[in-house]
Design a protein around this ligand. Structure first.
Ligand code: GDP
Ligand code: IMO
Ligand code: MG
Length: 428
């Protein structure tokens, strides 16, 4: 079975871009299956930095076919700008395919994303403002506009006009904004249609054929388990299904093709935007982690909230994704700490639990039960073999494996492609 799903096991930014890039060497196809340009995946190769938002991270290898899958939401102007930037960096982008079923982010989605956040005030989600939520809402509400609609100007115009008949009064009467001009939008999107037309494909069929030929296919998750619309800390989530199950519906493949489900977890935890975060560190400790880990959003530049590894969340991610292995990133960031707290359980309303709480209220009230691990003083960013890590760092990795209940097969000690320590399952 040649399918591998790669999924974030925390609140995003675990290093999925780097992990995808690492695995893509041996892949034929890399598929993004959900989300849009709310994602920011950083890949650093030989000192050059690439920040990918819509384009799968596999694009950096000329032998890989990158695919924007059915479950994604696409802002076509942003996509073209991202492709142009990659071209300018000397990266060949000609192979990229876009699903005809993916939904388009339209101008009203971006506007409504920002307006809703403003209207929510203190209860806002802290979205990336890219129009993600409103686009998925329209998809499920059957008012969405899809990539395939770009192929038929008549249909596109009809759909835009129909949606704006409902949206313009909303913008004007509820939000006191100017109405949007259907004709101008159709004209703008017609230019995108011309540029994207050759890439639009039945990507589910393409991926199926690749799998049947025994080609290796990687499904690159964006966002993460705890941001999943069904399984995350709702309503402080994104509007898609980053979990492994989402890869199947989002790419249009059956479960029988999947062999590996790799979870990506930082050696600590970060979160951007609002919502519960039981192991969030006190500000001075968070500040130290933020500085050491350069924890600022790839997409919005916002400082990320920082805290300690939460193995309650990790075990939950292992369960809902069916993780078969774990890539622990950014271990180097913990160097020089005296002691490293790791949450092994939560205390909720006086009761200790090792399981993810059932309700959002319980998650809000969860107090982590910490076990303290010994730190190490050495800089580990140049280490190339797991056995050469300081003893305390090895103890830490072993503890993550044991507490998470998933074999750790890779450990990141720096942002570079080569700064990764690999370990076969079951061996040191
Ligand atoms: P993604 O959204 O999951 O792809 O993660 P981001 O790219 O948003 O954020 C992860 C950041 O950590 C990026 O800047 C990576 O270059 C960096 N990174 C990834 N792995 C490691 C690691 O093992 N050590 C360090 N120091 N940085 C890493
Ligand atoms: P990658 O793929 C971290 C967060 C936002 C906000 C919530 C909803 O780089 O890990 P949205 O714009 O999706 O409606 O925002 O989700 N969020 C992310 N946080 N990494 C991401 O992507 C994220 N994508 C969305 O900050 O809290
Ligand atoms: Mg990111």
């Amino acid at each position: 079975m040649p399918g591998t799903i790669l999924v974030g096991s925390q609140w995003g930014d675990e290093g999925k871009g780097k992990a995808t890039d690492l695995l893509a060497d041996k892949m034929d196809v890399v598929v993004r299956y959900q989300g849009g340009n709310n994602a920011g995946h950083t890949v650093i190769v030989e000192g050059r930095t690439f920040k990918l938002h819509l384009v799968p991270s596999g694009i950096l290898y000329p032998h890989v076919t990158p695919v924007i899958g059915d479950g994604m939401v696409v802002d076509p102007g942003t996509l073209l700008a991202e492709l142009a930037a990659l071209d300018a960096q000397g990266i060949a982008t000609g192979k990229l395919l876009i699903s005809a079923n993916a939904h388009l982010i339209m101008p009203w989605h971006k506007e409504l994303d920002k307006l809703t956040e403003r209207w929510l005030g203190r209860q806002r989600i802290g979205t990336t403002g890219r129009g993600i939520g409103p686009t998925y809402a329209d998809k499920v509400g059957r008012l969405g506009i899809r990539v395939q609609d770009l192929l038929d100007p008549g249909i596109l115009a009809k759909k835009v006009e129909a949606v704006l008949r409902e949206r313009n009064p909303l913008l004007a009467k509820v939000y006191n904004r100017l109405p949007l001009d259907a004709e101008a939008i159709v004209e703008e999107y017609a230019t995108y249609a011309e540029a994207l037309r050759p890439r639009i494909a039945d990507t589910s069929l393409y991926v199926w054929n690749a799998l049947r030929e025994g080609k290796q296919v990687l499904f690159e998750g964006a966002q993460a388990t705890l941001l999943d619309v069904d399984h995350g800390t709702y309503p402080f989530v994104t509007s898609s299904s980053p979990v492994a199950g989402g890869a199947l519906s989002g790419a249009g493949v059956g479960p029988g093709w999947i062999e590996r489900v790799m979870g990506i977890a930082k050696a600590y935890v970060t979160r951007v935007g609002a919502g519960p975060f039981p192991t969030e560190a006190a500000e001075d400790e968070a500040e130290a982690l933020r500085a050491a880990g350069d924890e600022f959003g790839t997409t919005t530049g916002r400082p990320r909230r920082c805290g300690w590894l939460d193995t309650v969340g990790l075990r939950y991610a292992a369960r809902v994704n069916g993780l078969t292995e774990l890539f622990v990133t950014k271990l180097d960031v913990l160097s020089r700490l005296e002691r490293i707290p790791v949450a092994v359980a939560y205390r909720v309303h006086g009761e200790v639990t090792e399981d993810w709480p059932m309700t959002q209220t319980e998650i809000h009230h969860a107090e982590p039960v910490y076990e303290q691990f010994e730190g190490w003083r050495e800089d580990i960013s140049g280490v190339t073999r797991l056995e050469d890590l300081p003893r305390a760092a090895r103890v830490y990795v072993d503890a993550v494996e044991k507490l998470g209940g998933v074999p750790v097969t890779a450990v990141g000690v720096g942002p570079g492609r080569e700064q990764t320590l690999l370990r076969g399952i079951g061996e040191e």
